[in-house]
Design a protein around this ligand. Sequence first.
Ligand code: FES
Ligand code: FES
Length: 211
Amino acid sequence: MSVPIPPAINRREVIAGATAGVAATGLPSLSPAQAASPEMPSSITVSFTVNGEARRIALDTRVTLLDALREHLHLTGTKKGCDHGHCGACTVIVNGTRINACLSLAAMHEGDGVTTIEGLGHPGALHPMQAAFLAHDAFQCGYCTPGQICSAVAVLGEIGAGVPSHVTGDLTAPMTLDTAELRERMSGNICRCGAYANIAEAVATVAGRTP
Ligand code: FES
Ligand code: FES
């Protein structure tokens, strides 16, 4: 039995078909003049707190929080991996909640409190989660590590574990977290080096459990 061969479709026909499809939705299309409307500002000034410091920056409205942190405030500890919300390398904490900074426009963060890896601790005064990552060898190349640590710190808040004053001290908060849940909560942070076992150990140690 012979299979019918469809007629060749050229580029002009594809474009014409797509245009007809848009027209069929009944949605009005923007004229070039409307698209460049002066009523739509192309820049904005954002005031927010970053790592405890009040910052005010003028930005293109299309700038992501990730690019605002890295390119405008030069806080390059937050990494750009995929820039599409897939890898978690850009994780920062905003008002106590972890977000992917590459998926959020800086203009949306007026008045917010942003914490990046630089704001968690520094050499000589590491955050317990940073210390735990070191103690457990929870990284190889380190590219995903700032996002992993910010995410892990936020997980402590999510599970009500609090943050202990040091890694192996008394951890009295009641734990409702099992290892599988911990791994699930950290699953948005990809590590191409595959350091997952040690990352889980580090997070579990700070959260008061052995994995
Ligand atoms: Fe944001 Fe990958 S860079 S999720
Ligand atoms: Fe290399 Fe995670 S340590 S990507």
